[in-house]
Design a protein around this ligand. Structure first.
Ligand code: SF4
Length: 364
């Protein structure tokens, strides 16, 4: 099996996936691509959340023609999602997209596909062969073998046309099938794998399905880029993707928030403080462990182990930095110190926490 360390690196704009590069987080807009203002605005929000590759639907000639304008306004690589009318792919390439995605189940004409592959080759733009169970061609069995067979057949087709700057994906709405199909796929191909559980739903249901499916595959060493598919605002997809990667120790970005569920011992409104901290630190990029804990049972222990933390008591809170007690404050003061510390660490692009520690000590 080809694990992510040994897949072939593929450059998509200024991002390289595969070959042991960091697992790239991607998402897809849900605006009408023709609406440049709305699409760029959403991509900017995705960028801010840490999205590293973005895909947009290209269902019409007008949407294809808008891709250049969209690309000019954003900082991350732009991927055109093509189905049915592959002639739009030529426009997308002309508009400067960084990658195109083709679905074998929605490619009615192989002659046009071949021409498009040769055009992508001429421009050295990578292609993802993205197989989706919901649109698997009729001649393949609707199981993991059929999904893998389809991906292999289309990869071979494109290779036979002389192009191998390729990424591949197999997606199912069943997390277990997604995992087993991707493990099987990785035993055949060295191309980078774009991993995701498709049509996972929204909210907590989608998050659970995506997390289980992705975590199992990621732990097997599979997945060079991931997309969490959730019904709703795609910014949530990026947040969930980083939380999955952070939890597995595969990417370190942003705040790892440690908080207790509270119980009858808690004497503050911990949920409100938690939400305040979460919201205030939403845009933090440096990796940092932050604890917000309800009482003296587990509070001091967790807060001491984190980079910084607050352990509440009755009308008071102990504030820790790197295991050291900075003082006992009112709950409000402690929360403000906690947020202030993390923001200051971010501002100084902090590798050396000592500077911040000293200034916070003086404040305390
Ligand atoms: S830390 Fe304290 S308040 Fe929080 S769950 Fe544990 S015992 Fe309850």
């Amino acid at each position: 099996m080809w694990r992510r360390e040994s897949t072939i690196p593929v450059r998509i704009g200024n991002v390289v996936i595969g070959g042991g590069n960091p697992i790239a987080v991607q998402s897809m807009t849900n605006t009408h691509t023709e609406d440049v203002t709305a699409t760029v605005y959403q991509i900017k929000r995705l960028e801010k959340a840490g999205c590293e590759l973005v895909r947009v639907a290209v269902p019409t000639r007008d949407s294809a023609l808008k891709l250049r304008e969209i690309k000019k306004s954003i900082s991350i690589p732009l991927i055109a999602d093509l189905h049915f009318d592959l002639s739009l792919g030529f426009i997308a390439l002309e508009m400067g997209v960084d990658k195109i995605r083709i679905n074998p189940g929605t490619v009615p004409n192989r002659d046009i596909l071949k021409s498009l592959v040769l055009e992508a080759k001429a421009r050295n733009v990578p292609i993802r062969i993205g197989v989706n169970k919901g649109s698997l061609p009729d001649n393949y069995s609707k199981d993991k073998e059929g999904l893998v067979r389809c991906a292999l057949d289309y990869l071979k087709l494109v290779e036979d046309w002389g192009y191998n700057n390729l990424v591949v994906s197999i997606k199912s709405s069943d997390p277990e099938e997604t995992v087993s199909a991707n493990i099987l796929l990785a035993s055949y191909v060295r191309y980078p794998i774009s991993l995701g559980v498709t049509e996972a739903g929204g909210g907590w249901r989608g998050i659970v399905k995506s997390s289980i499916g992705m975590a199992l595959a990621l732990k097997e060493g599979i997945g060079d880029t991931i997309r969490v598919s959730l019904t709703g605002d795609p910014v949530m997809e990026v947040k969930v993707a980083y939380e999955i990667l952070r939890t597995l120790g595969l990417r370190k970005r942003g705040v790892n928030l440690i908080a207790c569920p509270t119980c009858g011992r808690c004497q503050v409104d911990l949920e409100s403080y938690y939400k305040e901290v979460e919201s205030a630190l939403e845009d933090i990029k440096i990796p940092i462990d932050v604890a917000v804990m309800g009482c003296s049972v587990n509070g001091p222990g967790e807060a001491r182990l984190a980079d910084c933390g607050v352990a509440f008591g009755k009308d008071k809170a102990i504030f820790f930095i790197k295991g050291e007690i900075m003082g006992t404050f009112s709950p409000r003061e402690a929360i403000e110190k906690l947020i202030g510390y993390v923001k200051e660490a971010e501002r100084s692009k902090n590798e050396n926490v000592t500077t911040v520690l000293l200034s916070t000590e003086r404040d305390a």
